[in-house]
Design a protein around this ligand. Structure first.
Ligand code: NI
Ligand code: MN
Length: 226
């Protein structure tokens, strides 16, 4: 799968000819100032929860691209009220078949409200199952024992895990999460953007390596085949 990093927790994934975009937060992110938001393609936008650092560019990109937004029922209602009508509401535990593959929503231990204070439902992670492989996008979450269910449910080829600590789990807990989900290839997210979540890249990479796992840290704007 072709994966592009747009900073913080925002990734584009090309899957079965469709462009999936996760947690669009680009224009307020000074680290992502070289990203041209208007050039980002999306057929689907997956939103893990309502916090500003996951939805800042959501409405603009959804309106420009016409992409379908996959999110909680509460975020779906909020978007409909803002004039974004192509939405697909889901909730934790639910699975649905899309043209690129299946999405299964899983628990994330975090909080969730929209920038204007609107309740956004429970935060979620996503398991994406497809003929090109399976991956897990954790969203913002603590390490939870529930992650063992993900490892038992599907073979996960790679996973996006938060590693910045403070607001989510950090590197040490993400290494345990990788064990729980039985996945050796981890793509780090939710680090460096704000001062409390700045990390030393090499230390995190070496810790994962020591645990027998691989931590991939993309440069912002970088595209890789994973
Ligand atoms: Ni959050
Ligand atoms: Mn966040």
């Amino acid at each position: 799968m072709k994966i592009t990093y747009y900073g913080h927790s925002c990734f584009g994934v090309e899957l079965n000819g469709k462009h999936l975009l996760f947690d669009p937060f680009i224009t307020p992110n000074s680290l992502a100032k070289n990203i041209d938001v208007k050039s980002i393609k999306a057929d689907y936008i997956l939103v893990s929860h309502g916090h500003e650092d996951h939805v800042a560019d959501l409405i603009d990109i959804a309106k420009r691209t016409g992409a379908q937004v996959i999110c909680t029922f509460e975020i779906h209602t909020w978007l409909n009220n803002k004039g974004v009508s192509n939405t697909h509401p889901m909730n934790v535990g639910g699975k649905f078949k899309f043209d690129f593959g299946n999405i299964k929503c899983v628990t994330a231990a975090h909080s969730s409200s929209l920038p204007d204070g609107t309740y956004a439902g429970n935060p979620m992670g996503f398991i994406v199952e497809s003929t090109e492989g399976n991956f897990y996008f954790a969203g913002d979450t603590a390490l939870t024992y529930d992650m063992k269910l993900i490892g038992d449910y599907r073979k996960i080829d790679f996973a996006f895990l938060p590693i910045g600590d403070n607001f989510t789990m950090g590197t040490d807990n993400a290494i345990i999460a990788a064990e729980f989900i039985k996945c050796r290839k981890i793509i780090g997210m939710h680090y460096d953007t704000f001062s409390p979540i700045k990390i030393d890249h090499e230390t995190s990479i070496q810790k994962f390596k020591h645990a027998g796992n691989e931590l991939l840290l993309f440069k912002i704007g970088e595209t890789k085949l994973v």
